[in-house]
Design a protein around this ligand. Structure first.
Ligand SMILES: [Fe+2]
Length: 393
């Protein structure tokens, strides 16, 4: 393709954003083509008022509940969930939760449609530049997602599942996994702790930043990334100051949704490549990994992405219009560090539970993460990733 040419993928997802939208769940299930829903949610969400309300409202239309999986859900849990869905005759998956619940539901849909084992369907990146996506041709069960965090995992048709055999994260991508419906309900979100909203909010913010400098960015993803940055920059500190502020939660949910649309198109770069491994191998939640690592990844890309990072600085409301690109980009990195402090997320890897001895293994795995394919600066060796991890320690 020549200069300025691009491809843009629109997803077939209906989005409802309204306080109290969850109350109409029965109509939403019917309109999405389902009559027998299986609820997929993490253990904590399983005990929430949201899930109790969904169970009461759905009554006999809810044929099964699958909540037996940890954060960074693995291939075994997915197989168990697929078995439960098949046994109960579910014709729709209803997800309540964050990234792990959403990814688990999408993986269950793959397994049911394409057969097992799951590992045979994953995307492979062969450095430096070969990217092999497995064809997943069969129709998937419809999904309705009610996100309780800001990960935006529900927006994309991509997912990551931990392979118990070797601890690696298997990544998948199929446009048919995009939910039929996403319900953004800030009232249903109020019981989610502010700390979870802060770390997952940094993940959403990172989607917008990485989307701006991705090798496959386009004008549509750029517009969504800039509006996502504007909303998240304002809403995340507002939510940290007043966790019960429904308006701030509402704006954060919309910003996060935009961030999901960004990565559905522009994908993600080295920041996410490393964060996937900080999660799968290092045991950090994706939100915590994102919170710590983002400014370090921005600095890594500084010399090749200064004009895009200047756009981020402008969207953050910084007075940088008259500055050269590089100086404006540095201001964006400083403002990201200030945002971290303002919302109280972990600042360095040493502030988390991570074991520093894992750096070489994390670096080796990050090198073959498909996200590196989309990063504007190539990464040739594990040593470069270890150096980045040391900076973030
Ligand atoms: Fe992410």
């Amino acid at each position: 393709m020549g200069p300025g040419a691009f491809e843009y993928l629109g997803l077939p997802t209906r989005v409802v954003h309204a306080e109290g939208a969850v109350q109409d769940i029965v109509a939403h299930v019917e309109r999405s083509g389902g009559s027998r829903a299986m609820l997929v949610c993490g253990g904590k969400t399983g005990k929430s008022r949201l899930v109790a309300n969904l169970k009461r409202l759905l009554g006999p239309k809810l044929v099964a509940t699958f909540d037996g999986f940890p954060e960074h859900s693995g291939t075994k849990a997915v197989a168990e969930g697929a078995r439960l869905a098949a046994e109960s005759g579910a014709d729709l998956l209803l997800v309540a939760g964050g990234g792990s619940a959403s990814d688990t539901a999408k993986a269950i849909a793959i397994l049911l449609a394409e057969g097992g084992p799951l590992a045979r369907h994953h995307t492979v990146f062969v450095p430096p530049d070969r990217y092999v996506q497995q064809p997943l041709p069969n129709a998937k069960l419809p999904i309705i997602a009610i996100p309780t965090t800001l990960s935006a995992a529900e927006v994309t048709p991509g997912l990551g599942i931990r392979n118990e055999a070797d601890g690696k994260k298997l990544l998948f991508w199929d446009a048919k996994l995009a939910p039929r419906l996403i319900i953004l309900d800030p009232a249903a979100n109020l019981e989610v702790p502010a700390a979870v909203m802060a770390t997952t909010g940094m993940n959403a913010f990172a989607h917008c930043i990485e989307g701006l400098y991705s090798k496959v960015r386009n004008p549509v993803s750029e517009a969504m990334a800039l509006q996502g940055i504007r909303l998240l920059c304002e809403a995340l500190p507002a939510m940290a100051r007043a966790p019960g502020d429904v308006g701030a939660r509402s704006r954060a949910l919309v910003g996060a949704h935009l961030s999901g649309l960004v990565i559905a198109n522009a994908r993600v770069g080295i920041h996410h490549g490393v964060c996937h491994c900080l999660g799968a191998l290092g045991g950090l939640s994706h939100g915590v990994a994102n919170s710590v690592f983002l400014p370090f990844a921005m600095r890594y890309n500084l010399e090749v992405a200064a004009p895009q990072l200047k756009l981020a600085a402008l969207a953050m409301g910084l007075e940088v219009r008259a500055l050269p690109d590089r100086e404006a980009a540095l201001a964006a990195i400083e403002a990201t560090e200030a945002l971290k402090r303002a919302i109280g997320v972990p600042l360095r890897l040493r502030d988390t539970t991570l074991d520093r001895a894992l750096f070489p293994a994390i670096a080796e795995h990050a090198l073959v993460d498909r996200a590196l394919f989309f990063n504007p600066r190539p990464t040739a060796s594990a040593a470069a990733v270890i150096e980045l991890l040391e900076q973030a320690w």
